[in-house]
Design a protein around this ligand. Structure first.
Ligand code: TGC
Ligand code: FAD
Length: 392
């Protein structure tokens, strides 16, 4: 894997829309990915091992919880900076971006938005540095697209509660020190619980055999009558708005992140088309190759503009969940299709680990599914434009 192969394509001069600070964030993350992720990622992915050491490095860079205020250890940055960070990390690998986006959007964000002052002070600074690793438990074995059907129970027991049930497909869970878990209480309300890994009756077995996101570790969460003190419950939030608003943050990051994976594939395909000759000409001189490359950069540019505009709406607190769904859905499918076309341009070489496309392609199959599947996001847009709910 050649660490020096990147070119940073910006066909519509979108960098001109960025502030000085956002450009600095971009450059810092690019340098880090080039030095620390690209040289090792194929090896880790091949061995299906998570490069856990990257957590602390991302913490030092402010990439864990970039938009959490600095008084709690977060980066104190705006939403576009957060998006840029996700884009640059995913240029390296979707699994590494997953490590960061779960930590920031699905663990730090709910503690920040719904936690008590004590919970914020206890957990956020350590999560921000990567000294503590977190995970987010919403999906259950029988409730994926419909998390409101969850059967994990939080039952009152003396001064505290008992947690029983299981969560499935949980990023980071086997290596997590803390899990933000959503469960139904005695009043049938959805409550958020902070589960510490030492709690008796709690385990987080690894899920083996993934052909996608191989450098990201995924597991289950099992709660066998785990005693939860009151101080570990989010005090106020008591509805699906809790977990779903975390998803909004993470989906926004994915809308940017997917562009990074697409750019990495496009860059490799463009380079290969200029270097490889067949029939006495570079591949890039054939009209069919030009069509592929021209369509790729067009789709990337449209996705960049969608993400940037969404970022400005996020900064103004005006973005709706349906707008976020549109960007997540569009940009992930765009990246998946580009990974596939880029792989074709490389011919047989495209299936090897000399090039990044197959890894991105396999990763993006998960990205298309998690944080709401491609079809669920279509139905969210459909509901928004028609006012009619396809889920009920
Ligand atoms: P619904 O009745 O529509 O809404 C309940 C309450 O929540 C509010 N709300 C949202 N708030 C913020 N952001 C959103 N995206 C929101 N969507 C809804 C809504 O206004 C309402 O508020 P209130 O105050 O009136 O109570 O809820 P529903 O249960 O009918 O939801 C339907 C549906 C299908 C849209 C939802 O269940 C859904 O999005 N399903 C997809 C499931 C999903 O995305 N799971 C992701 C699991 S986590 C994950 O995949 C992490 S991977 C991370 C990685 O490794 O990078
Ligand atoms: P299902 O909900 O069973 O869906 C199967 C198919 O049916 C999909 O194609 C779906 O689009 C379709 N479908 C479902 N309902 C409808 C409908 N109403 N209309 C039309 N089609 C429908 N979850 C977490 O909580 N935390 C995590 O950290 C996390 N990390 C993950 C990491 C990985 C590697 C993976 C693969 C998943 C992760 N997830 C996580 C879970 C992820 O969010 C779910 O896989 C996803 O929400 C889909 O749920 P499901 O797999 O149960 O599929």
């Amino acid at each position: 894997m050649k660490a020096d192969r990147y070119q940073y394509h910006d066909y519509y001069q979108i960098n001109d829309l960025l502030t000085e600070e956002q450009r600095l964030v971009q450059q810092t993350m690019r340098d880090w990915v080039k030095q620390e992720v690209t040289p090792i990622i194929e090896d880790y992915a091949e061995r299906a091992e998570c490069p856990v050491h990257l957590f602390k490095q991302m913490g030092e860079l402010g990439a864990l919880g970039p938009s959490i205020p600095s008084e709690y250890g977060g980066g104190g940055m705006d939403e576009i900076s957060y998006g840029i960070i996700m884009q640059e990390i995913e240029r390296g690998d979707s699994g590494i971006r997953s490590m960061a986006s779960v930590q920031g959007s699905l663990v730090m964000y709910p503690i920040y938005a719904f936690g008590s002052e004590e919970q914020k002070r206890k957990y956020l600074p350590q999560l921000a540095t990567g000294d503590m690793i977190g995970c987010f438990g919403l999906t259950e074995p029988d409730h994926g697209s419909n998390p409101a059907g969850m059967v994990t129970r939080l039952t009152k027991d003396g001064d505290g509660y008992r947690l029983t049930g299981a969560k499935m497909w949980i990023t980071n869970s086997p290596i997590a020190d803390v899990a933000v878990v959503w469960a139904r209480d005695d009043d049938q309300k959805i409550r958020g619980v902070i589960v510490d890994k030492e709690m008796e009756g709690f385990s987080a077995p690894k899920i083996e055999g993934k052909w996608s996101l191989r450098a990201s570790i995924t597991g289950e969460l099992i709660f066998d009558n785990v005693y939860i003190p009151e101080e570990n419950i989010f005090p106020e939030i008591k509805s699906m708005r809790g977990p779903l608003s975390c998803l909004s943050k993470a989906r926004y990051g994915i809308a940017w992140g997917a562009i990074g994976a697409a750019l990495d594939c496009y860059d490799s395909a463009l380079r290969y088309s200029q270097e490889r000759t067949q029939f006495g000409k570079p591949l890039g001189q054939f009209q069919l190759t030009q069509k592929k490359l021209a369509e790729m950069i067009t789709e990337i540019t449209k996705a960049q503009l969608l993400a940037w505009r969404l970022g400005t709406l996020m900064n103004d607190h005006k973005a709706t969940p349906a707008q976020i769904s549109m960007a997540k859905r569009n940009n992930v499918m765009m990246a998946l299709q580009i990974a596939r076309e880029a792989r074709q341009i490389h011919g047989g070489m495209g299936i090897t680990n000399e090039y990044p496309m197959m890894r991105h392609l396999m990763n993006l199959e998960t990205v298309l599914t998690y944080e709401g599947t491609h079809d669920i996001h279509l139905l969210i847009t459909g509901m928004d434009v028609t006012g009619l709910n396809a889920f009920s």
